[in-house]
Design a protein around this ligand. Structure first.
Ligand code: IVH
Length: 748
């Protein structure tokens, strides 16, 4: 640091200026350190700044105040913000990219609701604002709390900051529901963003890459007075907890939000068909550049709230709404090299190493090339000039290479036949499913620099076609697979350990400090005496190591669904992990059942029907949506002695919470196993299943002695016969509807 004037030589005026400078600088570095995990200065330099501020305030006590960083030193440093658990989860939206996806969305809504072709169905279409989502809680008309989305279940408490935003009323107008959580998007208008950046440049402070980053950076300030000086705005578009409905439809509710004092996202439109939705999409697309704020698409929502309720939610997205994105932004750059990344299940993914290029405000230096066939199909060669594209949170991709600009000596890429990490043979497999998509998510982290939020495609939604993936056969001896499993283990939807990102995990792994999940939880005990050694060997800084230990401690208690997901078993993504947790409830029950099922499976020929393999295995396969493929991947994991030992060593370190079913107070079918068979009249099979599950019932695909209810529709076949043979309770569709009559619940 350049020599600074000694504090005891400063006049009051100099001291005020110096105080403002230090506060701004400390706040800035805290944000980098605590929120982005990307400090720009060493801990020692940071400490020097704090020290100087403390000395300054000691000498000029009037400068110290509640907002000063010295007042918050040591207070909840690990997070910076308090945490808020969302009463109703903050979910994301499914995506449509092409016209056909919109038609599919409309068709899927109609199918789910079993609507006749002529039956009317209305949608509200509105812009998709490119900002960050916020939930604001009002009690008796007064703003009491505001929180960011966080991981959807828990966000950051930004109440003080939100109170400074002009668009957000502290007191609602007129008669408001006793409890109302208003949700919407915090954003910055384009002209305000440009003016802010100009002012920041003049002050020699950080400029923002785009309005979204500026809005996020301004809201997530530990000092609310900084937020107050930033031109933030808010659009309301939905709600969380609510003591009474705002209306019978989305459009009525929007109107009501406007009456209560909010700005609602406009221009919006009522639409009835896929064609009308597409017309809206095109109209807004044409106005996009002249709208005063950035949008990244439009959102379509089923208008009637009773239909929204029937449609309900998938794991993370509503069935009643979807986002329709505008095309990806593209740029041209040079492909410098193709590297091969080995995923946690051994999949070899080619990654394009690019001459860094800005695409839509984000620097991209890596992009996925998906697989061997894709490189061949697109004839991409090292040295080529390529078109790169990125859309929203999706991993950057190579669209094409420009043949005319190819260097004369560019050679076709030869895909390795052996794993670059362990040298084992890499073979092309036949049955590839969800885990390939999940592994691609790791490329995202590597490619984007910052860890982008996981997308739906990064979980179980998307599958690569069969047979295109080359896989390392090294299994447990492959260090790349081992480290990728650990990276997955700590990722956002799994143990979500702050400060243990991809690079740090690689480092700890290569140093032998963490070799399996249990090691994460014994790290502090093993290293506490020698923190200084970690500090010198990793270059992290003492504070940063202590912060990491605190983050690990905070995750010693974990939900069963997260634990199952974290193990990284092939095909077991977020949704499957939830299904398993919901079925087995406790970790002991789940673990024992899996071991038993694996033993049963191993003792029987592969082609034997699940029911005949054994009780535990049959129970697993009978969980709707699990299927034999997933069950067998699960069995492959549990059959391996090493995996059981790894799991048990982990379980000795952590506490796994019993899975909490969604609130089902008063539900008559909670914990019951139901089988639907035959054609139902009042609802489709998907709706029947979703409804039963939302009431805490388990829906099974086949009838067994453990089935509580068999709901029999028209033309029921062998399942009904078997139910009668077993003497089970058989219900008509009407009897089932009467049984659950009028019971609703909050979505999971
Ligand atoms: S409705 C159940 N409406 O987009 C989720 N979201 O990609 C209901 N967003 O998390 C969300 N504009 O942050 C909705 N008009 C709009 C929106 C909007 C922007 C954001 C929101 C959401 C994300 C999903």
């Amino acid at each position: 640091m350049a020599a600074l004037p000694a504090i005891d030589t400063l006049t009051l005026e100099d001291a005020q200026a110096e105080h403002a400078r230090l506060v701004a600088e400390i706040t800035h570095h805290r944000a980098l350190y605590y929120q982005k995990d990307a400090p720009e200065i060493s801990d020692a330099d940071y400490d020097a700044l704090e020290k100087r501020l403390t000395v300054l305030e000691a000498r000029f006590p009037d400068l110290a105040g509640a907002h000063s960083p010295t007042a918050t030193v040591g207070a909840a440093p690990a997070a910076g913000f308090g945490k808020v658990k969302h009463k109703v989860p903050m979910l994301s939206l499914g995506n449509a990219f092409e016209d056909g996806d919109v038609a599919d969305f409309v068709a899927s809504v109609r199918r789910f609701l079993v609507l006749d072709d002529g039956a009317p169905l209305e949608f509200v279409a509105e812009p998709k604002i490119d900002g960050l989502s916020l939930s604001i809680r009002y009690e008796n008309g007064q703003l009491v709390q505001a929180a960011t989305r966080g991981d959807g279940a828990e966000g950051e408490d930004v109440t003080a900051n939100v109170r400074t935003i002009d668009d957000i009323p502290n007191t609602l107008r007129g008669k408001a529901p006793a409890v109302l959580e208003v949700r919407g998007e915090v954003y910055m208008r384009r002209e305000d963003f440009l003016a802010l950046n100009k002012a920041q440049t003049e002050k020699g402070e950080k400029v923002f890459a785009n309005p979204r980053n500026a809005a996020a950076g301004s809201l997530r300030q530990l000092d609310a007075s900084i937020t107050a000086g930033r031109p933030l705005r808010f659009f309301a578009y939905t709600w969380g907890e609510l003591s009474e409905p705002l209306g019978a439809t989305q459009s009525e509710s929007r109107q009501r939000l406007a009456e209560l004092g909010f700005t609602i996202s406009e221009p919006s439109r009522q639409c009835r068909t896929a064609d009308e939705l597409l017309e809206y999409y095109r109209d807004i697309g044409a106005q996009r550049a002249t709208l005063p704020f950035d949008i990244d698409g439009v959102v379509y929502k089923v208008d009637r709230l009773d239909l929204q309720e029937r449609l309900g939610f998938r794991t993370r997205t509503p069935r009643w709404a979807t986002a329709h994105k505008y095309p990806a932004e593209q740029a041209q750059t040079i492909l410098r090299a193709i590297s091969i990344q080995v995923g946690r299940t051994g999949a070899l993914t080619p990654v394009a190493e690019l001459e860094p290029i800005t695409v839509g405000g984000v620097v991209v230096s890596r992009a996925t090339l998906h697989n061997e066939d894709e490189i061949r199909r697109k004839d991409v060669r090292v040295g080529d000039t390529v078109i790169v594209q990125r859309a929203g949170d999706v991993i950057p991709q190579i669209v094409t290479s420009i043949a005319a600009l190819r260097p004369a000596d560019a050679q076709p890429f030869v895909f390795p036949t052996h794993c670059p990490a362990c040298g084992s043979l890499a073979v092309r497999s036949t049955a590839e499913k969800a885990d390939v998509a999940a592994e691609t998510a790791a490329v995202e982290g590597a490619a984007g620099g910052e860890e982008a939020p996981p997308t739906e495609t990064a979980t179980e939604a998307e599958a690569e076609p069969d047979g295109v993936v080359r896989r390392c056969t090294g299994g447990l001896i492959c260090p790349a697979q081992a480290v990728e499993r650990l990276i997955h283990f700590t990722s956002r939807l799994a143990f979500d350990i702050e400060g243990l990102g991809i690079e740090r995990m690689r480092l700890f792994f290569s140093q032998g400090r963490i070799r399996e999940p249990a090691d994460i939880f014994t790290l502090e005990k093993r290293e506490a005496e020698r923190i200084d050694r970690i500090v010198t060997m990793t270059g992290f800084g003492k504070k940063s190591v202590e912060k990491l230990f605190a983050a690990i401690e905070a995750r010693r208690t974990i939900g069963l669904d997260r634990l199952i997901y974290a193990l990284g078993i092939r095909q077991v993504g977020e949704a499957t992990a939830k299904l398993l947790a919901r079925h087995y409830l406790t970790v002991e029950h789940w673990r024992d059942a899996m071991i038993k099922a694996a033993e049963e499976r191993a003792a029987q020929p592969a082609e034997r029907k699940p029911e005949l393999v054994g009780e535990a295995y049959a129970e697993l396969c009978a969980i709707e949506q699990i299927g034999v493929g997933v069950a067998d991947d699960m069995m492959a994991f549990f059959r391996e002695e090493h995996n059981r030992a790894v799991l048990d060593r982990l379980l000795a370190q952590i506490t796994v919470e019993t899975y909490e079913r969604p609130s089902t107070t008063g539900s008559p079918v909670v914990g019951k196993t139901v089988v639907f068979t035959g054609t139902l009249e009042t609802m489709g099979r998907s709706e029947a299943k979703a409804k039963a599950e939302s009431l805490g019932a388990k829906v099974a695909g086949s009838v067994s002695a453990k089935t509580d209810y068999v709901v029999v529709g028209a033309d029921a076949g062998s399942k009904a016969t078997k139910a009668r043979e077993l003497g089970l309770t058989i219900l008509t569709e009407q009897e089932w509807v009467d049984l659950i009559g009028g019971k609703t619940t909050t979505p999971e």
